[in-house]
Write a protein that binds this ligand. Structure first.
Ligand SMILES: Nc1ncnc2c1ncn2[C@@H]1O[C@H](COP(=O)(O)OP(=O)(O)OP(=O)(O)O)[C@@H](O)[C@H]1O
Ligand SMILES: [Mg+2]
Length: 233
């Protein structure tokens, strides 16, 4: 469902060019659970932002569900994001003045979902992440782990086939991190493709495929679900 060919990203800043991502080929199939690891500055977020249609690559082609994404306009990209991608950030990115119910409803508002249905689905999603009794709370009344669960519920609002998460447990204690990973496992089990960035090996262990980055290049691509000796063709 995701096919990258020669995708690269160069940032130009103050006369200095940084090649954050060297030309990269990558295929990720429907229903995969991928962890991306690698040192700080190695290009993980750059790749995630391109995968999430939040940023445009400098070179290469990105095919998402049969659609060439690199040639879409801003408006078309926004539509693809709304339909296909849920994004979870390290710092939650919730609207502080709104209740968590409204926060989860927001993508559906943009997606043109009717009011009653928005509320019903947001309530259902918040119950799913264990916050069904907190609908009227605001983000600052919740713990970090709870905020991240709201962010995941929001990411799932439009029922996206792909869930991207950039260090979703980076700000959480180990118990909350485990809760979040169980949630990702459940979502993946229900059929969504899950791709997450993490610095922690025990978090990456929850994934079935681990990509390791170094200096803007994929150095290693390990699939745990291949039988021993089996070779990808
Ligand atoms: N908007 C930008 N403008 C200029 N340079 C950038 C920009 N975003 C990222 N970079 C540079 O691109 C390189 C890769 O950054 P990226 O954010 O992808 O790293 P990362 O692997 O996610 O690191 P971390 O683990 O610290 O989050 C870095 O050298 C970074 O400074
Ligand atoms: Mg990053």
């Amino acid at each position: 469902m995701i096919t990258l060919h020669g995708i690269s990203k160069t940032y130009a800043q103050g006369g200095l060019e940084v090649q954050a991502l060297h030309p990269t080929d990558l295929m990720i199939g429907k229903g995969e659970f991928v962890a991306i690891m690698g040192p700080s500055g190695s290009g993980k977020s750059t790749l995630m932002n391109i995968l999430g249609c939040l940023d445009i690559p400098t070179t290469g082609t990105y095919e998402l569900d049969g659609k060439q994404v690199q040639s879409l306009t801003e408006d078309e990209l926004a539509l693809v994001r709304n339909e296909k991608i849920g994004f979870v950030f390290q710092s939650f990115n919730l609207l502080p003045r709104q209740t968590i119910l409204k926060n989860v409803e927001l993508p559906m508002l943009y997606g043109g979902v009717a009011k009653a249905e928005r509320k019903a689905r947001a309530t259902e999603l918040l119950s799913k992440v264990g916050l069904g009794d907190r609908l009227d709370h605001r983000p600052n009344e919740l713990s970090g782990g709870q905020k991240q669960r709201v962010a995941i519920a929001r990411a799932l609002a439009m029922n996206p086939p792909i869930l991207l998460a950039d260090e979703p447990t980076g700000n959480l204690d180990s118990k909350s991190s485990l809760d979040i990973m169980r949630l990702f496992e459940q979502i993946n089990g229900e059929g969504a493709t899950v791709i997450l960035v993490t610095h922690e090996a025990d978090i990456a262990e929850h994934a079935r495929r681990i990509l390791r980055f170094g200096d803007g290049v994929i150095r290693d691509d390990l699939r745990k679900d291949l039988a021993q000796g089996e070779v990808l063709t």
